[in-house]
Design a protein around this ligand. Sequence first.
Ligand SMILES: NC(=O)C1=CN([C@@H]2O[C@H](COP(=O)(O)OP(=O)(O)OC[C@H]3O[C@@H](n4cnc5c(N)ncnc54)[C@H](OP(=O)(O)O)[C@@H]3O)[C@@H](O)[C@H]2O)C=CC1
Ligand SMILES: O=C(O)CCC(=O)C(=O)O
Ligand SMILES: [Mg+2]
Length: 740
Amino acid sequence: MAKIIYTHTDEAPLLATYSFLPILRAFTSPAGVEVETKDISLAGRILAAFRDRLPADQQTEDALAQLGALAKTPEANILKLPNISASVPQLKAAVAELQGLGYAIPDYPDEPEDDEQRAVRAVYDRIKGSAVNPVLREGNSDRRVPAAVKNYARRHPHSVAEWSHDSKTRVGTLDDHDFRHNEKSVVMDHDDTLQFRLVGDDGTTTVLKPELPVLAGEIIDGTFMSARALDAFLADQVEQARRDGVILSVHLKATMMKVSDPVLFGHAVRVYFHELFDRYGDQLEAAGLSANNGLGSIIAGIDTLPEDLREGVREAIQHGYEQGPRLSAVNSDKGISNLHVPSDVIIDASMPALIRNGGRLWDMTGAEGDTLAVIPDSSYAGVYAATIEDAKANGKFDPTTVGTVPNVGLMAKKAEEYGSHDKTFIIDRPGTVQVVDQTGNVLLEHQVEAGDIWRACQTKDEAVRDWVKLAVTRSRLSDTPVVFWLDDERAHDRAVAEKVRAYLPEHDTDGLDIRILSPIEATKHTLRRFRAGQDTISATGNVLRDFLTDLFPILEVGTSAKTLSIVPLLAGGGLFETGSGGSAPKHVQQFLAEDHLRWDSLGEYLAIAESLRFHARATGDDRVRVIGDALDQATERYLDEDRSPSRKAGEIDDRGSHYWVARYWAEALAAQTEDAELAARFAPVAKALADGEQTITDELLAVQGSPVDLGGYYRPDDAKATAAMRPSATFNAIIDGIAD
Ligand SMILES: NC(=O)C1=CN([C@@H]2O[C@H](COP(=O)(O)OP(=O)(O)OC[C@H]3O[C@@H](n4cnc5c(N)ncnc54)[C@H](OP(=O)(O)O)[C@@H]3O)[C@@H](O)[C@H]2O)C=CC1
Ligand SMILES: O=C(O)CCC(=O)C(=O)O
Ligand SMILES: [Mg+2]
């Protein structure tokens, strides 16, 4: 029997789940749809990974592995809510919470000392960072803002700050010696097994990766970031920010790029706080306090240092702030800077937010100002630079007039950089990294120095071919031009462009406007059209998929939570992601403090409707399609009648918006004429929900204003979270009555 998998994740989407999942189950129960949950939360993944060490009553299944296998079958119908991609500080906090709950799992070993600790560390390394999405994404990505959402934004535009022509905000990026400039690529002409090795200048050879199976037609890239060039660049950026009096900010993707980007982040921490590291670097390292985990973890570890060092370390940090340029803050009231936690500032969300805010950020004193946004690698930095230049020249992007930029992203089979975790190495001595085939031929090689970050990426031919097809299909279906964003100065992009040219003739492209432009030219072209109210599909690689599906939705509709995000799986199944944004930790903080959840589940509503239609197609059960279509009507009404959560306590929140969606959904089902039985079943539900409006709204609002206890952050107590998220007895009785 086909079923729908609803993922149990973390933070705000998890809270929303406690309220919305019972509604989904109730509304689909008359059609006998089975909605099963699978726990892929950070806490759930940790417990699954260490289940062999736990007593039988604490053992859980490895839900992620099961879903990964399911995604490779035509039966897959998975609703994927955003989950935490954990940085080391988040991972440690989750471990501590679970230990406190009585789970005997090991500590995260910062500096593994023996085989046992190395094995534990390897397990945690698999859990950290972006460890879920790459496993489930066995297909390419189709993300867009649906017309109803776009129309709503045009009528209710979000606030957008003005850009000044003389804004000093700009992007700083390397002009050589980075991943973009060092890239070399090869397209395999046969299946093979590759090996990566470092041939040291001292004559020793280390195997970095013993075996990497590759397929004919696959693109393999190798590249590296020079640590020396990076440090010189960062020192120069710090100097420029100080000279110009602008706020220094650093934008990376330490979650998705979990091996390389924490290291890049560590370089930024060390360069900004150079005095601290010049003086105490060795002692900090000896105490296991790494800049890669951010200033926050160093401050938290000061008490573990020898007593005679502590004051000096504190002073050096203070001195760093005083000597350095203004530093961007994550939360100036709490003294949390951009350099505190590697995962606090994530480029896909942080750059659009600053563009929406007129190019301004806040410094550690809480003062607003222009920023030098440092994005070390130049592969994609130009996209943001070009957008900022456009905003300076032409002013803010007006949500009431701009067009839309849907994305078709090359994502399948861990494509490109986002699949490079297990192929990224921090070089420990000077030498040459070689990629060799089974016969010993050197396919790629780079001269490297100690500290350089070397990595390889894979892109399967099958994935590219499917991506081209998806782009042409979307263009045809929506009658919208497509631009393939490919950089002819990059070896990898040239290889992809060649495949695009080869695969386009497999489709009927007659009358379609399809072009290939470099990312900077594509940005300029797309923005020109965007400002003129015209739509343009961006067909991009995996990183730009991620970046653009936050950038454009945030400019167009205020948040990427409102996008429809579909992954047609290569094996025929469907993965329906809810929005393109994250898990919004600050929404949980607000909920804990004042029992108001400003998370908007719109992404869930859109994804669920698609998932139901997919289920109907797979099973031939038309009732499920009717239920899905009714949800889409409910969502449109929810937007039309402005039932979205407010940001302020005491006003409608996500729970209140769930009431309205449920009511409109019931009304749509009662009103439709395709299925009389469903109409009859939902008519009394619609009436009860309408009659109960005042009581339910009062009950939902009455709880707001005081702190909430969920019994855990990473692993909330189910009973407590359910009680907190379902506070209206009247509403619950109606919902729970549907399935009876
Ligand atoms: N698919 C996935 O699994 C993804 C997971 N993540 C994870 O999410 C966490 C946070 O990442 P971050 O980069 O801060 O990105 P977020 O998207 O969580 O946050 C950016 C901001 O967008 C707004 N926002 C996002 N979603 C919603 C929503 N549903 N309703 C209303 N507003 C929303 C909020 O802004 P405001 O309230 O100020 O308007 C939020 O603070 C990280 O752990 C990250 O790894 C990130 C991206 C995707
Ligand atoms: O997996 C992650 O860490 C985030 C994914 C993401 O940001 C995206 O796909 O848009
Ligand atoms: Mg993203």
